[in-house]
Design a protein around this ligand. Structure first.
Ligand SMILES: Cc1cc2nc3c(=O)[nH]c(=O)nc-3n(C[C@H](O)[C@H](O)[C@H](O)COP(=O)(O)OP(=O)(O)OC[C@H]3O[C@@H](n4cnc5c(N)ncnc54)[C@H](O)[C@@H]3O)c2cc1C
Length: 609
């Protein structure tokens, strides 16, 4: 027992750091001058701030939240707990680390209010995400380069920045099931700070998926980080291999800079950016911030960089006078640069999918069988093994909808889908080792009937619906209104129905050895296309990938907010670097691209200097 207690104690110390990083804290409440002020210590913000500070510049990093190790202890650090407090029910949230956005009045979600989690902490959304790490395709990055008329965004040109941001550790096959060997390409990683690896446990459900997908025509893929996605394979995850904890931007970029004794970076936690300040030449001179009741100014002698995420970067621009004139003037905001694209053009990836009973151990057992859960907790804390090392979704498949389903698309939908390049998948299928239902609360929805359940999450990867972000006041204390507008383009509805049928086909033709009964959700009685669409709307959820709300674009693109170096048009000394800067949302999960962009723009700023 002494040994167990001692191991547990040591383990807890790695999950909840004992020392507050006071050495890097700015003096809260006191105005100061830096070379760069970065707003938002999220995924992009932490990465770019650390890179600028490593170049010798003095950098202030302003973050509205705190350290997640204190405001979401254990939950954020433990891969298997990533499903907690991020469900579609707004009550299923932790406001200490989440802004708790709610998307309302969405016809595509049958008007259910949808909780849209966004990280509010050092680490931002990388502290809440599902840890899937995968990169876009060659042709999708060509589309990005074409969209911004800048060849430096082609896949070959950006690969060094993907590589620079991350390192990879091979899977420990002595701890995983022997039939769960992943394929991957280690040559596209370096010794970058972000830790990418594989969990010390594969979901049993996932061990059936390679053969299952093959039976419905989706072949095994070689890997998902070298420029192609079509096919099925285990994915890499942002897991620190040595202790099987989450590798967020905080645990990677920030902690490694801290360990190296970086003293040019100062972090202002629990501090909200209120407004970007400009001089008479429209040059950004700093940021007005607020900690508690204290408002003060952090001056930037070189540049202000906004990395407040896809909802709050456009908000901060708008309250500072940059955006659509018809939104700003009625709120009494003086227009400094009229840019109609701020807050528009929002891309997101909606998800939904059927659930079946399966003859395997899944999350359902973990949630309902207390002795089993205790065993897993002990395994995780003492040996870094077992199901809690696994972020739940560890196997992916990608495709364009095949015949005969494809021929059922209307000519309009076929034409719209044809705009996407050949290597850009239309649909992703994600392993979901548990009951998902309407995504309201992953823990509470697990049935008590003693059976295990598994789900395939369909994700629309070529969404054509575009949403927006609008402000209701001139204060960043009021959350902006988000309107993802899921499924408002009829082509998305047709694609969603086809994707649903493919997921059902997988269970019925590919997974017959493990399926133990009829469809549990939404149910066999849902048959016609109209019924399927209605069931999709009743359960649709975001995959939390909002992007492109301050998009970069060509000089003649009126909706472009940024140039291809992420500089805000119409003003000086101001950039936006995060998921909002994307001109398009490339296929898949965006965090790898957010890190790539932070590395690329940091290098461009440093070289430009
Ligand atoms: C639940 C969930 C699951 C996801 N799963 C995956 C996945 O598996 N794989 C993947 O690739 N992607 C995933 N994503 C998406 C991915 O995490 C995001 O695309 C990415 O982290 C966005 O990075 P960002 O820098 O744009 O914004 P963020 O990381 O959200 O950073 C924005 C930061 O700005 C701060 N901020 C905002 N306003 C202000 C203000 N006024 N003043 C000061 N600070 C402010 C916020 O608190 C936050 O820290 C997921 C996201 C979520 C929420």
């Amino acid at each position: 027992p002494n040994e167990v207690v001692s191991t547990l104690f040591q383990r807890l110390r790695t999950l909840v750091p004992g020392i507050l990083p006071l050495t890097v804290s700015g003096i809260l409440g006191k105005s100061a001058t830096y070379d760069y002020v970065v707003v938002g210590a999220g995924t992009a913000g932490t990465a770019i701030a650390v890179r600028l500070a490593q170049s010798g510049a003095k950098v202030a990093l302003v973050e509205a939240g705190a350290y997640y190790e204190f405001t979401n202890p254990i939950v954020s650090s433990t891969p298997g707990l990533d499903i907690l407090l991020i469900g579609s029910d707004p009550a299923n949230s932790n406001p200490l680390v989440d802004w708790v956005f709610v998307a309302k009045d969405q016809p595509g979600a049958n008007y259910r209010p949808i909780h849209f989690a966004r990280g509010k902490c050092v680490g931002g959304s990388s502290a809440l995400n599902f840890m899937i790490y995968q990169r876009p395709t060659v042709q999708s990055m060509q589309a990005w380069a074409d969209e911004v008329d800048d060849h430096s965004y082609t896949f070959d040109q950006v690969l060094p920045y993907f590589e620079k941001s991350a390192s990879i550790t091979p899977p420990d096959m002595s701890k995983r099931f022997s039939n769960s060997t992943p394929k991957y390409n280690p040559s596209t990683f370096t010794d970058g700070p972000l830790q990418v690896s594989f969990a010390n446990y594969a979901q049993s459900f996932s061990t059936w998926l390679k053969s299952g997908f093959e039976k419905i025509g989706i072949k095994e893929a070689e890997d998902f980080n070298s420029g192609s996605l079509m096919g099925a394979q285990y994915c890499t995850s942002t897991i620190r291999h040595e202790d099987q904890t989450r590798s967020s931007s905080e645990a990677s970029y920030f902690q490694s800079a801290l360990k190296a004794g970086l003293n040019t970076l100062k972090v202002y936690t629990t501090t909200r950016a209120e407004k970007i300040l400009f001089d008479s030449n429209k040059k950004a001179t700093g940021v007005q911030v607020k900690t508690g009741l204290l408002s003060y100014t952090l001056k930037a002698s070189k540049e202000v960089i906004v990395s407040a995420g896809a909802f709050q970067s456009p908000q901060l621009l708008m309250v500072s006078g940059i955006g659509p004139r018809d939104q700003l003037e009625p709120l009494g905001i003086d227009v400094i640069s009229e840019l109609p694209g701020v807050g528009q053009n929002m891309w997101d990836h909606p998800t939904f999918g059927p659930t079946y009973p399966v003859d395997l151990t899944t999350l359902t057992r973990e949630a309902r069988d207390v002795p089993y859960l205790t065993e897993q907790l002990l395994k995780y804390t003492t040996k870094q093994e077992g199901s809690l090392t696994n972020p739940v979704s560890d196997f992916l498949a990608w495709e364009k909808i095949p015949q005969p389903l494809r021929s059922q698309f209307s000519p309009a939908t076929q034409a719209k889908l044809a705009q996407f390049p050949a290597d850009w998948p239309e649909v992703e299928y994600i392993s979901g080792a548990g009951f998902v239902g309407d995504f309201s609360n992953f823990l509470l929805v697990q049935p008590f009937d003693g059976r295990n359940y598994a789900t395939i999450l369909d994700v629309l990867i070529t969404p054509l619906s575009r949403g927006n972000v609008t402000i209701t006041s001139s204060s960043t204390a009021d959350l902006p209104i988000i309107n993802p507008a899921w499924l408002t383009d009829p082509a998305d509805q047709e694609l969603a129905i086809a994707a649903y049928k493919r997921a059902r086909q997988l269970f019925k033709e590919g997974l017959t050895d493990i399926v133990t009964g009829p469809e549990a959700f939404p149910g066999e009685e849902i048959k016609t296309d109209a019924q399927i669409l209605s069931a999709i709307k009743d359960s649709l959820m975001t995959l939390w990938h909002p992007a492109c709300t301050c998009k970069m674009g060509k000089d003649d693109d009126k909706m472009a907010v940024l140039d291809s170096k992420a500089k805000v048009r119409g003003v000086k000394g101001l950039r936006v670097v995060d998921a909002s800067s994307f001109p398009i949302l490339p296929p898949g999960h965006p965090q790898s691209t957010v890190y790539m962009l932070a590395e690329k723009i940091a290098e461009s700023i440093i070289n430009g200097r």
